[in-house]
Ligand binder design. Structure first.
Ligand code: F6R
Ligand code: ZN
Length: 192
């Protein structure tokens, strides 16, 4: 042994860049969602189909240190929603329930402004304001989607159970029951 008695000190595999919320390191995975990927998500499908299909709506970076589905472990990620609208509706994520419905999640805002739209199993919908430093707990059995109502990128951190999974189907079929639209220059949560 070269250094008898010396324990190992190793560099962390991932760096979280606090100013931008970016993740750096070889284990980080990235998903990019373009206008072309979001058919049927926005109210005005004609407007979505007629704008540039290659425009990015949001990006997700994920650090998943264990196999997806592992009980008792965690995933870490960020979501960047770009500024923009489809018709009068702000750019947003698809939104989902967790596949294991009782799994919860934390979101926190690193930069930008927006709304976290949530819906419970009774179809009751509400929104929390998002601003730098805002912290959001997503309860069990609650669908969640983030909306960028600002002029700059909206960046959120997230931490969720590795066995939560994603159920997009229920949102694709029924939606959230409400949408964040620009009305007279202001964001408003409007019944769908
Ligand atoms: C994980 C989670 C986020 C979202 C991300 C993109 O459970 O909630 O990391 O996956 O904000 O949104 P979706 O998955 O709805 O496209
Ligand atoms: Zn989630």
């Amino acid at each position: 042994m070269d250094n008898p008695g010396q324990l190992s000190i190793i560099p962390p595999p991932v760096r979280f860049i606090s100013g931008t919320g970016k993740l750096e390191g070889s284990p980080v995975k990235k998903n990019v969602r373009y206008i072309k990927d979001l058919q049927g998500i926005f109210k005005d499908e004609t407007a979505r189909a007629s704008q540039s299909q290659e425009e990015i709506v949001y990006e997700v970076e994920m650090y998943m240190p264990v196999k997806e589905g592992t009980t008792g472990s965690l995933f870490f990620g960020n979501t960047t929603v770009f500024a923009g609208k489809v018709g009068d509706e702000y750019y947003m994520t698809r939104g989902h329930f967790h596949a294991l419905p009782d799994r919860t999640e934390f979101y926190w805002c690193i930069r930008g402004e927006g709304m976290l739209v949530e819906m419970n199993l009774k179809g009751i919908t509400w929104a929390e304001e998002i601003f730098p430093g805002s912290l959001h707990f997503i309860p069990p059995r609650t669908a969640h989607r983030v909306v960028n109502t600002g002029k700059n990128k909206l960046v959120l951190g997230a931490c969720w159970p590795a066995d939560a999974g994603h159920n997009y189907g229920d949102i694709e079929k029924k939606g959230f029951g409400a949408r964040v639209m620009e009305i007279n220059g202001q964001p408003r949560l409007i019944k769908d």
